[in-house]
Design a binder for this molecule. Structure first.
Ligand code: SAM
Length: 223
């Protein structure tokens, strides 16, 4: 039995909250931290700490500690600050075992290139057993509509990752959870979850979305 409560969204700072979780207690981490790029969407919305590595990178050390030995972490991250992120995850004892690309049908911006992909890194702690059905590392992007958050990940992007890299009943953690997309995907795939988020308004959205999944399940069970 794990001695902490799952299926909740914690309002707080990732590093401070992760420090409270025991070693080797989480079966899968999927997270989409601020990419450290100073992002701003068309409506001028930005992401907290998106230019502040000191508020983001120390959390990765705890991720390496609390992840169960022999399990996976998926870290969404672009290329701009990749040196800082990869140093942080290597120092945390995590090994790079794959990179996943999602191709977009549109350019999210045009700079030195037309930017038409999203990427995530598949990391391992120790030697996980080979997944029964690993995901393809080139995939089609699904646009979330960014209804709840300026960089919201579609649940359909996350569910295949959760299915491939964890089991039913496992605990999935997202320490930069935003509007709770990872927790929603975990609930829909029969996993437990913990989300941590700094901004209160996103915690509220995440809890509302999770309550919606519970209501949907209850209705289905009663039908
Ligand atoms: C890229 S967004 C995640 C969006 C999320 N994947 C979704 O689908 O809604 C990163 C989130 O990390 C949060 N954040 C930034 N610094 C944080 C910190 N130190 N601790 C916890 N959350 C933080 C931001 O407020 C933001 O919501």
């Amino acid at each position: 039995m794990k001695n902490f409560t799952t299926n909740r969204i914690i309002h707080g700072d990732a590093t401070a909250e992760l420090a409270k979780l025991p070693d080797n207690s989480i079966d899968l981490i999927i997270t989409d931290p601020p990419y450290l790029v100073g992002y701003r969407d068309r409506d001028g919305r930005s992401i907290a700490n998106d230019r502040n590595p000191d508020a983001v990178l120390p959390a990765i050390e705890h991720m390496g500690r609390i992840l169960r030995d022999g399990s996976y972490m998926v870290l969404f991250c672009g290329w701009v600050a990749i040196d800082q992120f990869s140093k942080a995850w290597t120092d945390a004892g995590l090994r790079t075992v794959g990179q996943i690309f999602w191709q977009k049908s549109y350019a999210s911006r045009t700079w030195h290139t037309e930017c038409r992909h999203e990427s995530a890194w598949l990391l391992a702690k120790g030697r996980p057993a080979k997944p029964e059905a690993p995901v393809s590392d080139v995939r089609e992007w699904v646009y979330s509509g960014n209804r709840f958050h300026p960089t919201e990940k579609a649940v359909d992007i996350l569910t295949p990752l959760i299915r491939a890299y964890s089991k039913q009943g496992d605990t999935v953690l997202d320490p930069f959870s935003g509007s709770g997309s990872t927790s929603v995907a975990a609930a829909l795939t029969g996993r437990n979850s913990i989300g941590i988020e700094l901004e209160d308004r996103y915690c509220t959205y995440a809890r509302t979305r999770l309550a919606g999944v519970s209501r949907y399940r209850d209705r289905k069970a009663a039908a």
